[in-house]
Design a protein around this ligand. Structure first.
Ligand code: C5P
Length: 227
């Protein structure tokens, strides 16, 4: 199975399926995020699951523990492979999410540490004096303490987090760019090969694939580079 998770950041079902119909589950997994989920809802997620894809539901739940736990149960009922919460919701919130998803068939549960679009300035703006790396290490430690399966982080932090959390703690890294790609709104980016070498278990790739003239060729190329 591929380490690539394609971020289906599309505005509607039609454009989503136009890409998905060209893909097969051996080539990549799929990520449904806030835009697509808000537009198309659970039915599209179920359809992708029925078509044999591993689906990562990226809704980054961040709320009081009770609400997050019930939302996690609802997400698990869709048959998704992986889902996430936001670690800034705190230890009790992550523990509640874990308790809601504690059977053998439950989806993998991971926590976002710091968005890859945020850097030192964004942290300072919200009053956080720590460096991105120090904050990410701390949040990953909390996620592991809560019993989560891994975290979403930048590939820049992957090697330090593998050392800190051990090889079985999953690292899922967005902000992946090929050498000649635009960085877009991301700040902390890395190439696929380097991300995997740094310890990333799964690469979340959106625009470099979805906006490419030949998405399948890009996917095949990246799969080759990291296999
Ligand atoms: O297009 P691009 O490759 O930048 O897409 C990255 C995807 O990963 C987006 O769907 C974004 O929501 C998601 N993501 C991220 N940073 C995080 C967590 C998720 O960019 N920390």
């Amino acid at each position: 199975m591929s380490k690539i998770i394609v971020a289906l950041d599309f505005p509607d079902e039609k454009s989503t399926l136009q890409l998905v119909e060209q893909l097969d589950p051996g080539m990549c997994r799929l990520k449904v995020g806030k835009e697509l989920f808000t537009r198309c809802g659970p039915n599209l997620v179920r359809q992708l699951v029925t078509n044999g894809f591993d689906v990562f539901l990226d809704l980054k739940f961040h709320d009081i523990p009770h609400t997050v736990a019930r939302a996690c149960e609802a997400a698990a009922e869709l048959g998704v492979w992986m889902m996430n919460v936001h670690s800034l919701g705190g230890l009790a919130m992550m523990q509640a999410a874990r308790s809601a998803l504690d059977d053998d068939n439950a989806p993998l549960l991971i926590a976002v540490t710091l968005l890859t679009s945020s850097g030192e300035k964004e942290l300072a703006d919200i009053g956080v004096q720590q460096t991105p790396e120090a904050l990410v290490k701390n949040l990953a430690k909390l996620a592991q303490q809560a019993g989560l399966d891994g975290v979403v982080c930048s590939a820049l932090e992957a090697s330090v987090l593998k050392q800190q959390c051990g090889k079985d703690f999953l690292l899922v890294t967005p902000g992946i760019r090929l050498k000649d790609n635009s960085v877009d709104d991301q700040q902390r980016v890395m190439t696929p090969e380097k991300a995997v070498a740094n310890g990333s278990d799964y690469l979340v790739i959106g625009r470099p694939v979805t906006q490419a003239e030949h998405p399948i060729e890009v996917l095949q190329l990246i799969n080759k580079k990291i296999s």
